[in-house]
Design a protein around this ligand. Structure first.
Ligand SMILES: CC(C)(COP(=O)(O)OP(=O)(O)OC[C@H]1O[C@@H](n2cnc3c(N)ncnc32)[C@H](O)[C@@H]1OP(=O)(O)O)[C@@H](O)C(=O)NCCC(=O)NCCS
Length: 185
């Protein structure tokens, strides 16, 4: 596997993935403190202090190699605005498997930006990185995220019933996945 892989920007037709920067703070805070965005995320709306911490952590995460190494790049539109972030983590080196995740500023949802950003990472995963499988874990009530998985051609592989104590209640988790030959097909 051609890893470690050091981050370089990925260019799509309408979006660009590049590293988070210090001056992304206001836009990132607006997204990560929004209760609607966070409804199905593992965290509660974040404080300014917490967003500053994760911005510094994620801006410094630039290399994929070991298990659990990750990148959390900014999704930028043609004007260079931060419109969301992607998450991509090496889950297993031996099994050539990664996890993918996404979030968009509500003002930029419903326009296909997340799909395009995810496709850039799946092209990277199954091209340059030589990975075999990419999966997403989500709350099955998160219809927009489920729809995105399906639009990407990901298969619904598992549904865990009430296996997690989540924001004051038992919650389910859905697993969606795609294999290299399925993505190429
Ligand atoms: C999950 C999330 C990223 C999905 O965003 P999204 O905007 O619905 O997804 P896409 O960017 O792929 O856009 C798809 C929509 O844009 C529409 N669209 C408009 N123009 C388009 C274009 N040029 N290309 C593709 N789709 C387009 C599609 O028809 C679709 O609309 P629909 O939802 O009405 O069917 C978003 O809902 C989100 O950030 N949620 C909060 C955070 C979250 O829950 N993250 C996931 C945790 S698992």
């Amino acid at each position: 596997m051609p890893m470690p892989w050091d981050f370089r920007p990925l260019e799509g037709a309408r979006v660009r993935l590049d590293l988070l920067r210090e001056d992304d703070f206001d836009a990132l805070y607006a997204i990560q403190s929004d209760p609607d965005v966070c409804r199905y995320l593992l965290y509660e709306p974040r404080s300014r202090g917490r967003v500053q911490e994760v911005l510094e952590r994620d801006a410094a995460a630039t290399r994929l190699g070991e298990a659990d190494s990750f990148v959390q790049p900014a999704i930028r539109d043609a004007a260079g605005r931060l419109i969301g972030t992607m998450y991509f983590k090496i889950a297993s080196v031996e099994d050539k498997t990664a996890e993918i995740g996404w979030l968009l500023d509500p003002r930029f949802q419903g326009q296909g930006y997340a799909r395009e950003a995810a496709a850039l990472l799946l092209d990277l995963a199954f091209g340059e990185l030589g990975l075999h499988r990419v999966y997403a874990e989500l709350d099955p009530r998160n219809a927009a995220s489920v729809a995105l998985c399906l639009r990407l051609g990901m298969r619904h592989e598992a549904h865990f019933r009430e296996h997690m104590w989540f924001k004051g209640d038992w919650a389910d988790t859905g697993i969606y996945a795609i294999l290299a030959h399925e993505w190429r097909g």
